[in-house]
Design a protein around this ligand. Structure first.
Ligand code: ATP
Length: 307
């Protein structure tokens, strides 16, 4: 059975530089697939290949049954794509923009206008607002771009950092829409820098320097890469070197103003408190926490493989 997206040994080189290196994965129809990685890891390049906008240098990928190398037109007609650099016509309203994009997809006038209105309401916009998109704040423009990517009812949607710069309340609206669309059987391929959003994905792939170094459900990634216990440790001018040699400690990462300290099951709160007491650390608090995907990400990026 073909998957919504099938990728095998995908490569993309820019001159001597390898932006995507031997990436293989598949995405099931209706799955929300998160693609994470630092800036420059190769996420947007992968998306552009999978949307039929950039030819691969090697390997093979099929999207909605179309080969990206030989049938990029078929791919483009089957997918929705919200790019990081989407552009709206500044001298049109949001509704007029959507009406225009719908026309470009050759959707008939009455159904495309009905769908544009429905989508605008879904993403929290007023279809009758006469404001031009030039005057719209970035987060509102991103809502229009999301609606535009969904307009022609694609079976697969690629969202490249759809919520970058969007406030937390609006991010919830985005994700409510994304989940509703996925519940209707549409496949979502999404990149994000917000690790809390990655938790909403069925599976998550982690890219480092063009390579896919980990791929699994959020809970299995945590079991694999940050097993054992995790403590959030805070205190005045606290530094990893104070705890590095404590028995049972397996990882320490700076996290906000504190540290996330991971260890095997022998590591307890009291041992950390005692150790910090010995070096005279002040204002110490130690809390047992559930690891986040950010812990996974940091563990993968610094280690690149499970211990
Ligand atoms: N057309 C191009 N020519 C040369 N290098 C490119 C080109 N497009 C991308 N790159 C390089 O390929 C690498 C991967 O870029 P890409 O945009 O895929 O990263 P990304 O993971 O999407 O990062 P970000 O989170 O910043 O969007 C970067 O080093 C980038 O500079």
């Amino acid at each position: 059975m073909t998957h919504a997206i099938d990728v095998e040994g995908l490569e993309r080189h820019f001159g001597a530089f390898k932006a995507v290196r031997g990436v293989s994965f598949h995405v099931e129809q209706g799955e929300i697939f998160g693609y994470l990685g630092a800036n420059g890891a190769g996420k947007s390049t992968t998306i552009r290949i999978l949307c039929g906008l950039l030819p691969p240098s090697g390997g093979k990928a099929t999207v909605a049954g179309h080969d990206v190398g030989t049938d990029s037109e078929g791919v483009r007609l089957s997918v929705g794509y919200m790019s990081q650099k989407f552009s709206l016509y500044p001298d049109l309203t949001a509704f007029e923009n959507l009406d225009f994009f719908g026309g470009a997809y050759r959707l008939q006038r009455a159904p495309r206008r009905r769908r544009a209105r429905e989508l605008m309401i879904e993403v929290g916009l007023d279809p009758d607002d006469r404001a031009l998109t030039a005057a719209m704040p970035g987060g509102m423009r991103q809502r229009v771009a999301l609606a535009a990517a969904l307009l022609h009812e694609p079976r697969i949607v690629f969202l490249d950092e759809p919520t970058a710069g969007v406030d937390p309340v609006a991010r919830r609206v985005f994700w409510r829409t994304i989940r509703r669309v996925a519940d209707a059987g549409v496949t979502i391929f999404v990149t994000t820098h917000y690790m809390d959003e990655a938790e909403y994905c069925n599976r998550v792939g982690l890219m480092v320097d063009g390579a896919l170094v980990a791929l699994d459900t959020p809970s299995r990634l945590k079991e694999t890469y940050v097993p054992g216990v995790t403590y959030e440790v805070r205190g005045e001018r606290i530094t990893p070197k104070w705890l590095r040699h404590l028995p049972g400690v397996t990882r320490i990462e700076p996290f906000g103003t504190g540290l996330h300290v991971g260890g095997d099951d022998t590591l307890c709160k009291e041992a950390i408190e005692n150790e910090l007491g010995k070096v005279g650390a002040r204002g110490v608090s130690v809390e047992s926490i559930q690891p986040t995907l950010e812990d996974v990400f940091l563990a993968v990026v610094t280690r690149k493989a499970p211990a």
